[in-house]
Every structure is written in C-alpha cells, then in structure tokens.
Design a protein around this ligand. Sequence first.
Ligand SMILES: [Zn+2]
Length: 360
Amino acid sequence: MCLSPIRVATRYRTGSIVSDLEKASRDQDAKGMLGAVDDVLKLLGTEKPSGGDLTRRFLIEAPWFYALGKRQQARVWALVSSVHDVQRQAFHPDMMAKYVTLMIPDVRWLSDIIAKSEDGFQHGPFTIQVLPGVTGSRLKDSLAALDTATDLLRHSFPQVLYGTVFLSRTVAHGKAQYVSSSDVLYLAMTARDSVGDVHALCHEFGHRFEHLFWKDRAARDAFARLVNEPLQEDVPIPDVDKVVEALLDQVDRSRQGKSTSTPAVVTRYLTEVGASRLRDLQEAVWSYRSSEISAAAFRQEFYRIMPTTIRHMTREPLFVTPYAKGKGLTENFAEAFAYLVEGRESEIPVELRQIVSALL
Ligand SMILES: [Zn+2]
C-alpha cells in the first residue's frame, strides 16, 4: 500500500478572513461583513436547514476541533454564536461592525489553530494527520479506539507509542494498518472503540514492535520454528516381517498352482507406504517367482527398497488465530502480541505463549 502524507487542505485561507473582517467592519460594509463571517462558518462545518438550538443546527466538521480541549471547544462554539449575532444585525451595519470587531481576536485565534492542524495535531503520544474526506464526528470515535489501544499498551510496550497516525477514510485491510517502510500507522475513520477495532490497532502496534523492537534473535527463531515447522517423527510400520513372508508365501502358492489373493497384511502395508515404490517391489517379486533370486535375496532386496518406518506428524504448525493461519511469522506474532496486551494470553497456543509472555 502506498499513501503519501497529504496535508490537510483548508478550503479558505484563514489569514485573509481576518483582514476581510477588519476592512469590512472599518467601512461598515454590510455585504462584505456577511461574506466574511460566512467564510468563518465554512472553516468550521455546515449549517443544517432545520431549526433547533445552535449545537443541533450547526455541525462542526473540522477534524482539528475534536482534538481541542473543552474550553477551546467552547470558544469555537461562542464564535459560531457570534457569527449568528452578526447575521441577525443585517440591517444595522454599525451594530454589525461592533460585533465583528469583537469577534476578530477569536477569528485570529482560530486561524492559529487551523494553521497548526495542517502539521497534524498532538493526541496523547501521537501526531494525528487527518487525510481529506475524514469528518470530525468520525474522527472522535476512531481516536477513542486509539486511546483504548494506547491504554492497553502503555504499561508493557510504551516504546511503540509514538509518531504519526494518519486518519483516513479507509485503509487497505480492516480498520488499521502499519506501514513498516515509513513506520507510520493508518487508522480508518470507521474505527470504533470496539473489541475488534481495538484488537486491529494492537495487532498493528505488534507489527511495529516486531519490526523495530523485537531484537531477541533466539526468541524470534523459536517462534518462527513453531509457526513454520510441523514436528514429525518416524514410526516403525508394524508387521513388516510378516509382509515379506506373506509375499514369499503368495508366490510359492501360485507356483504350486494354488489360487492366491493378496494377503491382508500386504494390502495394509501398501496402503500405509503409498504407491511410490510399488514397481520396484513388483520387480523383486517377479525375480523371485522366476527363480532368478532366492527367498533370502528377496528378503534382502525388500528391506533395501521398501520403507519400514512411516513419518507421522506429531504437531501441526501453531497459529494464534484463523486469520494468522498460513501467513507465517509476522501475522502470527502480531496476533499473539495483540492477545498479550489485551489480557487474552490463555488463547495463545502454550508454546507460543511462553515466548511472547517473556516480552512482558
Ligand atoms: Zn497484520
């Protein structure tokens, strides 16, 4: 995935709004003042046509607003209210000019905040960059998910809590994504403070930990072995001697003109070892039948060409979740890491758990 860090675009240049307000109020230019205060509202959000009190009627969409403290948010709301006061005085340019003059310091303050938000805003240990298309109300919910993940990680893995988090409309997979090449995190605006979305975030921080902070080579190798390699052992096939004798006996009987069928012990053996060396075995049988070789030579040949043990799987590769299955070390580790910080260690397969628990 490739996303360039696009700066937040502000549609209206905030600096010029202040000078527009100053000029129009000085000239008592009603049209100019109304145009300029309208531009102030456009910086903040949209007015709904329906009535009701201000906070219902006006929808603040500016993402940076949701990063402000309560007192600063109240100051923004007061500014929205002042704009409405100005609009109500449309037929009294002198009164309008008074109101406009009073609100100019607040607009200047607002310009400052917006300018800062273009470089992202600080939220806990992160710099949040809001990508175009993200609306303020969504931002609040997705930041709540980030806060919960941060709380879970703060105690055990504070080293992963830093840097830029891009808030975007969507991410390539799920609700969050860590991009190791640039060491940044993307968070979808659709993320919520839910178990699943917080898990997705913890998982992505797990990728950061694995990528930059998990230096213990021995532990990494041990984890990778459990994930990538099944455990196998060679088990002796029972009754191999009986198979050899049954084959000899079968040939002897057919030589004597007696009817024969393949003995059950032979059938079982062939099923177990598969068809791979059946041809070689048949050749040996034919050699014995045509008296080319003795029974002793046949026995010797059998043990030379046919398997006497079979490989059994004693353990499958270990995966933390169905999602991680078959995806190898990286995804498996991220899932284990997330379970670890979520206090769901018991759900991690015990051998893997012993490795990741040691990280705490
Ligand atoms: Zn992942």
